[in-house]
Design a protein around this ligand. Structure first.
Ligand SMILES: [Cu+2]
Length: 116
């Protein structure tokens, strides 16, 4: 009986450990992402038209004009947002001003977007 209690207690500790571990990993991921965002100090400004929105994937497609600060010609491309609520402000067809940063892995994150 006593051994059973010890086993049960051990199982609880193991289960708790498995539960806590992913939270710690997430906390680290969030930290490194913020560090990356701080490291890429430059905010780029662009003007464009919204061509598609995928709120679930936190993505927005824009047909944007030239953006000198990052050496881009005008093009149609996807950006991501960290905060999906930014996408509630816009609709397909809207002309927008937007700001974004480049994070690691050629990931372009919109930090602000406003309908013109
Ligand atoms: Cu582009």
């Amino acid at each position: 009986m006593k051994l059973k209690s010890i086993i049960a207690a051990s199982m609880t500790v193991l289960a708790l450990g498995a539960f806590i571990a992913p939270i710690q990993v997430n906390a680290e991921n969030t930290f490194s992402k913020q560090t990356l965002m701080l490291a890429s100090n430059q905010i780029h400004h662009g003007v464009g038209t919204v061509t598609a929105i995928d709120s679930k994937a936190k993505k927005i497609e824009l047909k944007h004009g030239p953006i000198k600060s990052i050496g881009w010609m005008g093009m149609k491309m996807f950006f991501v947002v960290d905060d999906a609520e930014l996408l509630d402000e816009v609709e397909v067809g809207d002309k927008v001003d937007f700001e974004f940063i480049e994070t690691g892995g050629k990931r372009y994150v919109i930090t602000n977007i406003e309908v013109q």
